[in-house]
Design a binder for this molecule. Structure first.
Ligand SMILES: NC(=O)c1ccc[n+]([C@@H]2O[C@H](COP(=O)([O-])OP(=O)(O)OC[C@H]3O[C@@H](n4cnc5c(N)ncnc54)[C@H](OP(=O)(O)O)[C@@H]3O)[C@@H](O)[C@H]2O)c1
Length: 260
């Protein structure tokens, strides 16, 4: 077991990629704290992990709210006494629109959750990780944040910011034996990609199938990734196998940028 006796917080752990990471961490021996707004979904995963003999706790948290993040970390410390791993996975898709048509509230909301929320969670766990001189933070970025992304500017900007946060934090806290890395997935199977492709198809006046074909034609493997394939990357980065890796962005993209 690669994460035995570790305590991990996974934001957005009740669904999608976060759920896959939570299960993978639990199966590697970690106690998992699942944090997001919809408590029922978090409880479902936590109960499932516990019924399989693992340790898990669901804590309702809006990560864009500073006080709720502080409360979530305090509750984690109260329950388990330490935090070894933080996965900043929570994220929202935001609007599909050109900048010229951008609604300011929608722009602000995406940055508040995807970027400021990740910073707040990192800031609060670092206070305890620095004292213990140990920790691993994994930020879930996106291939949509490694180059310009038409119609998705707030998402793109927030995920570019995640890479900046990763690299900055890695430099700031390396001396305390804390590693900070990013995983950058391209499209991953699940509700989010289905909804996103529907929105894109509508905005571009093409069919859903055409939108999916255009997407996967840009991937060397000609398919999108499974949530479990992001989870295995997270287990690796969280584990001692990655003990010399920090400030890195690991792409999990089915060969997206190497197709010509
Ligand atoms: N799926 C993809 O194709 C893909 C590709 C590249 C990158 N990513 C990134 O991977 C991460 C997970 O994606 P996913 O597809 O698994 O997402 P998802 O299924 O849409 O789940 C998003 C999660 O974020 C949580 N969340 C949203 N707003 C929140 C808030 N204010 N406070 C706390 N939690 C909040 C949601 O829970 P509540 O709504 O209950 O709060 C949910 O658990 C995201 O950061 C996403 O940008 C996904």
């Amino acid at each position: 077991m690669r994460l035995k006796d570790k305590v991990a917080i996974v934001t957005g752990g009740g669904i999608g990629i976060g759920r896959a990471i939570s299960y993978a961490f639990a199966s590697e021996g970690a106690a998992v704290v699942l944090a997001a707004r919809t408590l029922s979904r978090l409880n479902e995963v936590a109960e499932d992990i516990k019924s399989g003999g693992g340790k898990a706790k669901a804590i309702q948290t809006d990560i864009s709210d500073e006080k709720q993040v502080q409360h979530m970390i305090a509750q984690t410390l109260n329950e388990y006494g330490q935090v070894d791993i933080l996965v900043n996975n929570s994220g929202i898709t935001g609007p599909t629109a050109n900048v010229v048509d951008m609604d300011l509230n929608e722009w602000n909301e995406v940055l508040a959750v995807n970027l400021t929320g990740a910073m707040l969670c990192a800031r609060e766990v670092l206070k305890t990780m620095i004292v213990r001189k140990s920790g691993s933070i994994i930020n879930i970025g996106s291939e949509g944040g490694r180059s310009g992304y038409p119609l998705r500017s707030p998402y793109c900007v927030s995920k570019m910011g995640i890479i900046g946060l990763t690299e900055t934090l890695a430099i700031e806290v390396g001396e305390y034996n804390i590693r900070v890395n990013c995983i950058s997935p391209a499209a991953v199977r699940g509700e989010r990609i289905t909804n996103r492709l529907k929105a894109r198809a509508k905005a571009m006046d093409i069919s859903y199938d055409e939108a999916m074909n255009r997407l996967t034609s840009n991937y060397s493997l000609k398919r999108i990734a499974e949530p479990s394939e992001v989870a295995t990357a997270a287990v690796f980065l969280a584990s001692d196998e990655a003990s010399a890796i920090t400030g890195h962005t690991l792409v999990v993209n089915c060969g997206m940028h190497i197709v010509h």
